[in-house]
Design a protein around this ligand. Structure first.
Ligand SMILES: *[C@@H]1O[C@H](CO)[C@@H](O)[C@H](O)[C@H]1NC(C)=O
Ligand SMILES: *[C@@H]1O[C@H](CO)[C@@H](O)[C@H](O)[C@H]1NC(C)=O
Ligand SMILES: *[C@@H]1O[C@H](CO)[C@@H](O)[C@H](O)[C@H]1NC(C)=O
Length: 491
């Protein structure tokens, strides 16, 4: 019974006199060596494991650098290390774990009889303008489609490459950089939901996507000669060739507690019903974060005077808001003023749709950036324009005009709300479908995921998400469409 554990086991008898015995020195040495080796083995295992975790890429980008062209430091979503491995697509997308692959619709399913196919909103026409640089033109023109070389050129400013293959059934993402917050996760999810909504209808594509804010493909620098590199992102400007694509917030923005668009629109509309336009405060209101390197928003702080400029400008501190459980940032309780100001941030702002939803008259400070639906904005029809020069005076003039012409101002507000009502999720998915379909038609090569790309499926996205993200993702799940997609406006 040489076990040196024994004395301890008998340790209850500590007071039983001096007969304690000690293990021989050799046993101590042996056990020290054993313990030491165990530590080494554990350390090796741990580092192999760490290595595997650090090589396992996820849509959170936890092991990638942020894009070099981003100004702000940002926290990357960091999954618990075990989740990174457990959620690796190679496990999470195995058939039993991933969602069942949607079945193709019955061949040539005719649209329900007597049901006229919906026309797409007029701003869908912008899809053709956005893709015009890659269209085949007649001999002598540029055009010539999306080539591998152009795609490779777009890579320089992309944060990820996205491929859809297998008849619109498989999504692969090759992430080059970490995206801010959970943008990549939600954008991957948005594509998966498009594939779920239109099983077998999403074309095979190979595209470069940048998840950061500002457009990168300068029109002047790519004038004449070869077509520009095709790069998808959330916005563009009239001076850029970047191709706008619906941003993540339509599927929810957990970091600011903004619900998926269909949920958020409904609750804002209910909030808007609480107070009729005429009974709202007859001034202009803005609430947001001015600290986003936006000279415009900083200048807007200077218009904070209800007497002089009829404007109330409030600061949103998201850190404080998060601590207070987002009680004061609820968008549905912000339809209290007749006029709501929209001011761009570092680039386009996702707030536009929430502002327009109130039915208040939207005052848009000369936007520089466009997102996919903001091409549906018409001055004096669904919003009032405010100029950047003499901004406070311009706000004051708009408010005075509206209070002098309340019926007309209210109609402008109602048309803005209508534009948002028509921007239901089915329209968002239809925009994505038409955009990808037209883009796919321009590709002059067959899409195939690069070897480094990882498959993304609902299982892998839900697995890597934290609890809050998962709640938003599940709430924004699409159902297979019962209607045909809307019909593009005529050329
Ligand atoms: C595009 O490039 C030109 C020439 O380099 C420059 O003058 C212009 O400011 C750039 N435009 C934008 C929107 O960055
Ligand atoms: C704007 O003015 C109001 C009322 O004076 C004040 O409560 C608010 O804090 C001001 N906003 C900012 C951003 O300073
Ligand atoms: C927001 O609030 C946090 C915590 O209360 C504070 O540290 C930070 O300075 C505030 N930011 C701004 C821009 O006021």
């Amino acid at each position: 019974m040489g076990s040196y554990g024994a004395p301890a086991a008998e340790g209850g008898g500590r007071g039983r006199g001096g007969a304690r015995y000690y293990p021989p020195l050799s046993a101590l040495v042996v056990s020290a060596i054993a313990a030491f080796s165990a530590v080494i083995v554990l350390a090796v295992l741990h580092s192999v494991y760490d290595g595997a975790v650090s090589r396992t890429r996820t849509l959170l980008g936890h092991n990638l650098e942020p894009t070099p062209w981003h100004l702000f430091p940002h926290a990357k979503g960091r999954p618990p290390p075990r989740a990174a491995l457990r959620c690796a697509p190679s496990f999470a997308c195995l058939p039993p774990l991933s969602q069942p692959r949607p079945q193709p619709p019955p061949a040539a399913a005719a649209p329900p009889a007597g049901r006229k196919r919906r026309q797409c909103p007029a701003y869908f026409a912008a899809i053709r303008r956005d893709l015009a640089p890659w269209r085949q033109r007649d001999a002598g023109g540029g055009g010539g489609g999306v080539t591998r070389a152009l795609l490779e050129a777009a890579r320089r400013r992309a944060s990820m490459r996205v491929t859809i293959t297998g008849g619109g059934r498989r999504l692969h993402v090759d992430l080059y950089y970490a995206c801010v917050q959970s943008r990549a996760l939600f954008t991957g999810w948005s594509l998966l939901q498009l594939m779920r909504r239109y099983p077998g209808r999403v074309p095979d594509v190979d595209l470069m996507f940048d998840c950061m804010d500002r457009p990168a493909i300068n029109r002047t620098e790519h004038a004449g000669g070869d077509p520009p590199p095709p790069l998808f992102r959330y916005c563009t400007t009239r001076d850029h060739f970047d191709i706008p694509f619906p941003d993540w917030s339509f599927w929810g923005w957990p970091e600011t507690n903004i619900e998926p668009w269909n949920v958020e629109f409904k609750s804002i509309k209910v909030g808007a019903k609480a107070t009729r336009w005429v009974d709202r405060v007859p001034t202009a209101y803005w609430k947001g974060n001015p600290d986003v390197a936006s000279p415009l928003r900083v200048a807007l702080l200077g218009c904070n005077d209800t007497n002089l400029w009829h404007a109330e400008i409030m600061r949103q501190n998201w850190t404080d808001e998060a601590k207070a459980g987002y009680q004061h940032s609820k968008l549905s309780t912000q339809c209290t003023h007749r006029y709501k100001i929209y001011a761009e941030g570092f680039a386009w702002s996702v707030s536009l749709k929430y502002i327009l939803s109130c039915g208040s008259t939207a005052l848009l400070i000369e936007p520089e950036y466009e997102d996919f639906f903001s091409r549906g904005l018409e001055p004096r029809v669904n919003h009032l324009p405010v100029s950047r020069q003499g901004m406070c005076e311009s706000i004051r003039d708009a408010v005075e005009w509206g209070n002098g012409n309340p019926a007309e101002a209210e109609r402008v507000g109602r048309r803005g709300q209508r534009l948002m009502q028509d921007l239901r999720m089915s329209a968002v998915y239809d925009y994505m479908l038409h955009l990808l379909t037209e883009y796919a038609a321009l590709m002059d090569f067959r899409p195939a995921p690069p070897p480094e790309a990882q498959e993304a499926c609902e299982g892998s996205v839900l697995c890597i998400a934290d609890d809050k993200q998962r709640r938003f993702l599940e709430a924004s799940r699409a159902e297979p469409a019962v209607d045909e997609p809307c019909v593009m406006p005529p050329e």
